[in-house]
Ligand binder design. Structure first.
Ligand SMILES: *Cc1c(COP(=O)(O)O)cnc(C)c1O
Length: 385
């Protein structure tokens, strides 16, 4: 038996999405830039996908750029906006809990002479809005704050953040990779200038994503080469991937409330059961403003790596801290930012429930987790009952 509980790292592709992609992996192979029929046909397919994505976000098709995923979309947004606005300034504001796709891009921009302010969060991982307002300067050109966090699931007050950006005439980017497919997003109503998403986080294929960029936002071309994506991102389009992305996105929004209800029920049940059956645990992240499937929990006196290893042996797949830092001994920057000590951070696991998980899987995982934590604690010299 295998139980997959790491849906924040990636998701299993939906069969409907897979079926839809198959013709474009082989038979319908025309290059969308070619002038003849099989090229024009694929061009149409891409433009239809663009329209579908735009409609879901309440954007216009001219504001949708297909990329190779979330990381590229974040890089494209930050570098493209930063480099286009040098005449106005070189100051950027972001948060301490961003995904490495944003944080590492900021580090590179720092090396290129940009100045970055990293805003802190409270103990639940919510952005300090006062600090954000105080950090705004005349030369601030971009605010980049994620919609929902991949480790602790906390959802940010996006409308309040975008309001501060708008009032100060600053471009606002939000890494929405974890939010898409879980939260309805209206870029107009929410005043979002730029947003990234990635298909493999909502039951679509890996290696394809979107950058939404509001028309009129100053932007420097990101990838040089051909004239694809209205001359902003060169490269022959990933036709099958784009078809899969649009299908996965429309599916997830069609069944959003239903999927979320089931996921939240399983999540709350999981949390209740482990609270009842395992002592000295701590649930991290906001309990209200939280992604439906996210559970981030610390087990005092137990190494998270050992829990992962024991669950893995039983065919249950979860994460410690963040997938991107697995294998590194450094504590998660997100857990640090919400005030966890290094010791607690290393006792923390992330379980992310998705639409394919069942009550039986959750029950079995709870049973194993209780057994594993109790066993590991019995071996721990620090733990006494
Ligand atoms: C997964 C993820 C990314 C990176 O997306 P890829 O498509 O894997 O490159 C960026 N930001 C967040 C919040 C993510 O969860």
């Amino acid at each position: 038996m295998e139980i997959y509980l790491d849906n924040a790292a990636t998701t299993q592709m939906d069969d409907i999405v897979f079926e839809k992609m198959i013709p474009y992996l082989k038979d319908n192979f025309g290059n969308p830039s070619s002038a003849y029929k099989i090229g024009r046909d694929n061009k149409k397919v891409i433009e239809n996908a663009r329209k579908e994505v735009a409609e879901i976000l309440n954007a216009s098709p001219s504001e949708i750029y297909f990329t190779s995923g979330g990381s590229e979309a974040d890089n494209m947004a930050l570098k493209g906006i930063a480099l286009a606005n040098i005449d106005k300034g070189k100051h950027i504001i972001t948060s301490k809990i961003e995904h490495p796709a944003v944080l590492d891009t900021c580090k590179e921009l720092e090396r290129e002479g940009f100045e970055i302010s990293y805003i802190g969060v409270d103990e639940n991982g919510i952005i300090d809005l006062t600090e954000l307002e105080n950090k705004v300067r005349k030369d601030t050109i971009l605010i980049s704050i994620m919609f929902a966090n991949n480790e602790i699931g906390t959802i940010q007050p996006i409308k309040k953040i975008s309001k501060i950006a708008k009032e100060n005439d600053i471009a606002f980017h939000t890494d929405s990779v974890q939010a898409i497919g879980n939260i309805r997003i209206d870029v107009k109503e929410m005043n979002i200038d730029s947003l990234s998403l990635s298909a493999h986080k909502f039951y679509g294929p890996k290696g394809v994503g979107v950058l939404y960029l509001r028309d009129g936002i100053k932007f420097r071309k990101y990838l040089n080469g051909g004239h694809q994506e209205r001359n902003k991102r060169a490269g022959t389009e990933n036709v099958a991937g784009i078809v899969g992305l649009a299908k996965a996105m429309s599916l997830s929004y069609k069944n959003l409330e239903e999927n979320n209800k089931q996921t939240i029920e399983l999540r709350d049940y999981f949390i209740d059961e482990i609270k009842k059956n395992i002592e000295k645990i701590q649930i991290n992240g906001d309990l209200e403003d939280r992604l439906p499937g996210n559970i981030n929990v610390s087990f005092k006196f137990v190494e998270a790596d050992n829990i992962l290893y024991e669950l893995d042996k039983r065919g249950i797949y979860i994460a410690t801290g963040s997938a991107c830092t697995t294998g590194s001994i450094e504590s998660s920057h997100v857990l640090k930012a919400i005030g966890l000590s290094d010791v607690m951070a290393h006792s923390t696991i992330r379980i992310s429930i998705g639409k394919y998980n069942t009550r039986e899987e959750i029950d079995y995982t709870i049973k194993c987790l209780i057994e594993i934590v109790n066993n590991l604690r019995r071996l721990s010299p620090l733990y006494s009952e």
